[in-house]
Design a protein around this ligand. Sequence first.
Ligand code: FAD
Length: 317
Amino acid sequence: MKDAGQKSSHPGELGAPKRLNRSTVSALDEILGTQLPVLDDGFVRVIDYMGDDSSIVQAAKVSHGAGSKKPGEDRAVIRNLMRHLHTTPFEMCEIKLHVRTPMDVWRQWIRHRTANVNEYSTGDSIANSAQTTVASQWRVQASKQGAGAFLPLEEGQLLSARESQFQKTSRDVYAQRIAAGVVKEQARKDLPLSTYTEAYWKIDLHNLLHFLHVRMNDHAQDEIRSYAKLIGQEIVAKWVPLAWEAFLDYGRDALVLSATEARILSALIANSPEGAKTIAESAGLLAFDKSGKATRNFEREEFESKLRFLGVTPSWM
Ligand SMILES: Cc1cc2nc3c(=O)[nH]c(=O)nc-3n(C[C@H](O)[C@H](O)[C@H](O)COP(=O)(O)OP(=O)(O)OC[C@H]3O[C@@H](n4cnc5c(N)ncnc54)[C@H](O)[C@@H]3O)c2cc1C
C-alpha cells in the first residue's frame, strides 16, 4: 500500500486516517492474464495479486514501529526478515494464478496445503488434451527418485509412438462413453495421468516461496520444476524483486551445512585430514569395504558436492 495523504495511518498514531492507494507492480501488470507456456500444452497466468515489496516492509514496521525511509532500507529490511525467518510479513502479499498442468504434476502440486484451490471439473466438463513426450525426452531412471540421462533416440521414438497410440485409445474410449450418454464423472475414469487439468491457485508469498524452494529443487520431478522455475523467474521476480533476491540468496541458492558437515569442514580447513575422517566415520557418513574403498553413502556424496563447490577436497578421496 502506498501512502497518498499527509497524515500517518500507522496504528496508535493520532489524526484522521489518510487515504491509501493500492500497490501495483507495472512489470506484473504487463503480463496479467497472459498465458505463459509450460510443457507442450500447459500454462501459468497471473489472474490477480495483492501487495508488493513495500507491503512486506510496511507489515514488518507494524511490529517495530515506523522508521525513517532511507535509500536501500526496504532491501535491508526484507533481507533481515528472510535471514531470521520472520515470515509473517511475507504473508501480506498474495497471488492468484490460473494453471494448466498434466494430472501427474497436479498430484504433486496439490500436496502443498497452504493454498486456496479451485480445480476444473471433468465431472462437469469435457476433459482436456494430454501431455505428450517427444522421442528425445524419455529420462532414464538414475536413482530411486530422480532422473539423469535420456534413452537413445530410437527407443524414445518407439515409446513416443506407443504413447500416442495409447492416448488415442483412451480418448476414443472416453468419447464413446460420452457419446453413449454416460455421466462425465464416470466416463473419465480411464483417462491417463498425462491428461491436462486446470485450476485457480491462490497463495501468499511466504508459502509460495516454500513451494518454489521445494519444487525448483533438482530433486523435484522435471515437469513440476518447469512450472516452479517459470513462476519464480517470470512472475515472482517481477512482482517482488527484493523478496525474490533475498529468497535466492538465503534459500534457493544458499549452501547449507549441517553441524557435522561444518565440523568436518572446519577440521579440513585446520589441516587435520585424520580429524575430518574420524568425524565423518563416527557420524556414519564414511565407511570402507574390504578393499579399502569408501562405500556409497548419499548423505556423504551430497556433502562432497558442497565441498567441491567450495574448492575443498575431502581427506578420504
Ligand atoms: C523430491 C520429493 C519427493 C517426494 N516424495 C513423496 C512420496 O514419495 N510420497 C509422498 O506422499 N509425498 C512425497 N513428496 C511430497 C512431500 O512429502 C510433501 O508432502 C510436499 O512437498 C508438500 O510439502 P509441505 O508439507 O512442506 O508443503 P505445504 O503443504 O505447502 O506446507 C507448507 C508448510 O506448512 C506447514 N504445514 C502445512 N500443513 C500442515 C499440517 N497439517 N501440519 C503441520 N504443518 C503443516 C509445514 O511446515 C509445511 O512445511 C515428495 C516431495 C518432493 C519434493
